[in-house]
Design a protein around this ligand. Structure first.
Ligand SMILES: CC(C)(COP(=O)(O)OP(=O)(O)OC[C@H]1O[C@@H](n2cnc3c(N)ncnc32)[C@H](O)[C@@H]1OP(=O)(O)O)[C@@H](O)C(=O)NCCC(=O)NCCS
Length: 212
């Protein structure tokens, strides 16, 4: 077996969650910054595997024992507004019970855990001008051993292709980035994305016509 990309499935969720934890500190591991390691994945990755309008791909490589190992992912929605509605209807309610807001003042949690508990209860709003540009957005992460070998570009290519099939009139997608993630921004620029000024947060847009 060689390394390859396939559609993300339910059973990939534990691996996707782990990859998210190992890359969510603006591109590097956030493992040491959490007591609840599942929080980043619950916010930025797992809902995109199962909710309406979402889809994703994983990067799979032979593991030590020859079994498949998921080492990267790209997840997306073709409709950020519907995605947001779906998270409010089905994704966040059980998480809000599991992680009540009162936990955000518990001394047992790290500052970053608390940040996630807060945004589970009050997720970020996407700036209107971003949503006007495109309904589609992505999140992607690949573990260090498989970085810089062309897989990120290939995975983005899969998403671009799929979105153009979903809606041939769609012109691009957007990406919310951690302002501190300089490496991630270099990658997106290499693929043809450009910075998109917004009222809050940092956003890049990738026009399909500019994708390279
Ligand atoms: C960012 C990431 C998804 C890129 O995927 P990748 O497989 O490493 O990137 P690729 O090998 O496909 O690179 C595509 C191009 O971008 C360039 N590139 C990738 N990472 C880069 C970096 N850190 N600095 C400069 N250029 C970079 C590559 O050199 C290549 O350029 P080329 O056109 O000259 O060939 C991956 O490195 C990653 O997951 N990093 C850690 C987590 C992260 O930052 N995720 C993004 C969250 S917003």
């Amino acid at each position: 077996m060689t390394t390859y990309i396939r559609e993300a499935r339910e059973e990939d969720k534990p691996s996707i969650s782990r990859i998210c934890l190992l890359t969510s500190n603006f591109g590097t591991s956030a493992e040491h910054l959490h007591t609840i390691g599942e929080l980043p994945g619950l916010m930025w990755a797992l809902p995109y595997v199962s909710l309406p309008t979402t889809f994703g791909y994983v990067l799979v490589t032979p593991g030590k024992d020859g079994a498949e190992e998921v080492v990267g992912y790209i997840v997306a929605t073709s409709d950020s507004k519907k995605y947001r509605e779906a998270t409010e209807e089905t994704w966040f309610p059980p998480l809000r019970e599991k992680y009540p807001l009162a936990l955000a003042s518990s001394p047992d949690l790290t500052d970053l855990d608390k940040f996630y508990v807060n945004i589970i209860h009050k997720p970020f709003d996407t700036p209107e001008n971003v949503l006007e540009f495109s309904p589609a957005h992505i999140h992607m992460n690949i573990l260090p051993p498989l970085q810089r070998q062309g897989w990120g570009r290939k995975m983005m290519g899969k998403v671009v292709e799929h979105l153009q099939e979903v809606d041939p009139k769609m012109e691009g997608l957007w990406i919310g980035v951690d302002p501190r993630n300089e490496e991630g921004k270099k990658f997106y620029k290499k693929l043809g994305a450009t910075h998109f000024p917004t009222e809050h947060g940092e956003h890049y847009i990738l026009r399909f016509s500019a994708f390279k």
